[in-house]
Design a protein around this ligand. Structure first.
Ligand SMILES: [Zn+2]
Length: 71
């Protein structure tokens, strides 16, 4: 795998489940806001701006999308 990491190495030992808890999110494909937030999340994590990263992930999680099954 030569894919570059989105962050060099964890500065703080965070278990994977904590990483997922803090930053786990599902940006919706085709949603400009989610795409921008996902980019911000990656940038913030790379810059070790964990507060910013958390906020971006939270915004992605909270970004409303019309749920097709609700219509
Ligand atoms: Zn979205």
């Amino acid at each position: 795998m030569t894919e570059p990491r989105t962050y060099p190495l964890p500065a703080v030992e965070l278990a994977a489940f904590m990483e997922d808890y803090l930053y786990g999110c599902a940006p919706v494909a085709g949603c400009g806001v989610c795409t921008a937030l996902a980019a911000e999340l990656a940038r913030a994590r790379e810059a070790k701006e964990y507060g910013e990263a958390y906020d971006a992930a939270a915004e992605i999680r909270n970004h409303p999308h019309p749920a097709k099954k609700q219509r």
